[in-house]
Write a protein that binds this ligand. Structure first.
Ligand code: ATP
Ligand code: BTN
Length: 335
């Protein structure tokens, strides 16, 4: 079913009654009486929940004598809507959604520190302090895009956390292809590009002991259904899936697809090692064996990108044949 534009956003996603939503998703009419009996609520309480769901933009038909029926599938980020599409055992088994939050990465970090299980997902319709690398801002209007963070507890030394950016990048490119047929590519170190413009950014933050990662938060901001116009001066040109596909794209489907892809790669990497990811990542890299320009703030370097080392540093062949490593940090790759 095509994604519908969201209506008014739920004031408080957490309080939407999950069981009522799940029952409505079965798409056969259900009476208020049956819902009340099943959930141990009064009919008035059920009616209030239905009113809240309608207020959140869900098209629910109420027919006398028949009951309630959902007549379109919503595209807001409710755990029940996402989880019914998951084939995962770890990723997204716990989902926290918010209509507004400062940053999903910050909330995921708090949850990690409180012992949340791996695979926990935090998603928001809007962020008031969304951030990118080097504390640069991440902008996204309410209800149009994907803003989410995933908590992982991988068996990795701290020097190899770039593997998880690779994992997220590959998963997102695959999910974009599965949901839209569009071929996105990776711009080192943390951007996903589509048709020469920035589609998504990835922000990985981790806590580690000297030899082992304790947890990693992988945050993704994906431009799904807005037309990026008002970005800060100096931003790279940006695009969105709707802009390139010419139709609205379901955020719920894309997020579930991402999680299903990521789970496969994560299970494989945790079982057999993360090495194979470099091949997958290289196949999607937009700069592999191509001329690049790298700006470090003080200097500009030109050469041919040759791939990345174990820690995610970009290997560039400079004129004269010398190779130079560029570490992630405040360096800018231009293609
Ligand atoms: P680089 O300069 O290394 O090419 P970048 O410009 O993508 O990378 P990052 O720090 O990776 O910089 O990403 C954050 C930047 O993304 C912000 O400074 C802003 O310019 C831009 N940005 C913010 N929101 C969006 C968005 N929704 N879509 C695309 N770009 C955005
Ligand atoms: C970048 O391009 O520098 C990375 C942008 C990452 C943005 C996402 S949006 C969800 C998550 N929460 C944040 O505050 N940042 C990431």
């Amino acid at each position: 079913m095509a994604a519908k534009p969201p209506g008014r956003l739920p004031a408080d996603l957490e309080n939407i009654n999950r069981e009522i939503l799940e029952r409505l998703l079965e798409q056969t009419p259900v009476s208020g009486e049956a819902l009340a009996a099943r959930l141990g609520l009064s009919r008035t309480a059920v009616w209030k929940h239905i009113r809240r769901l309608k207020g959140s933009g869900l098209a629910i038909e109420s027919r006398p004598g028949k009951g309630y029926r959902l007549i379109s599938r919503p595209d807001f980020l409710h755990p029940a809507l996402i989880q019914r599409l998951l084939t995962t055992r770890i990723l997204g088994q716990t989902i926290h959604t918010f209509s507004e939050i400062d940053s999903t990465n910050s909330r995921a970090r708090e949850l990690a520190e409180q012992g949340a299980g791996e695979g926990t997902l935090v998603a928001a319709e809007h962020q008031t302090r969304g951030r990118g690398r080097m504390d640069r801002g991440w902008l996204s209007p309410p209800g149009e895009n994907l803003l989410f963070s995933l908590l992982l507890r991988p068996h990795l030394p701290p020097q190899q956390t770039f593997s998880l950016i690779m994992l997220a990048s590959v998963s997102l490119c695959r999910a974009v292809y599965a949901e839209t047929g569009l071929e996105a590519g990776i711009k080192w170190p943390n951007d996903i590009y589509l048709k020469g413009k920035k589609l998504a950014g990835i922000l990985a933050e981790f806590a580690a002991d000297s030899d082992r990662v304790n947890h990693v938060i992988i945050g993704l901001g994906v431009n799904v259904n807005w037309f990026p116009e008002k970005l800060p001066p100096g931003s790279q040109p940006a695009t969105s899936l709707q802009q390139e596909a010419g139709r609205r794209i379901s955020r719920v489907n894309l997020l579930a697809s991402f999680l299903n892809q990521a789970e496969g790669l994560y299970q494989e990497a945790e079982g057999q090692g993360y090495g194979f990811l470099r091949g997958e990542w290289g196949g999607l890299s937009l700069v592999q064996d191509r001329p690049v320009r790298i700006e470090t703030g003080k200097e500009t370097w030109r050469g041919i990108a040759r791939g990345i080392d174990e820690q995610g540093a970009l290997i560039v062949s400079l004129a004269g044949g010398r190779q130079k490593l560029f570490h992630t940090g405040d360096v800018h790759l231009r293609i």
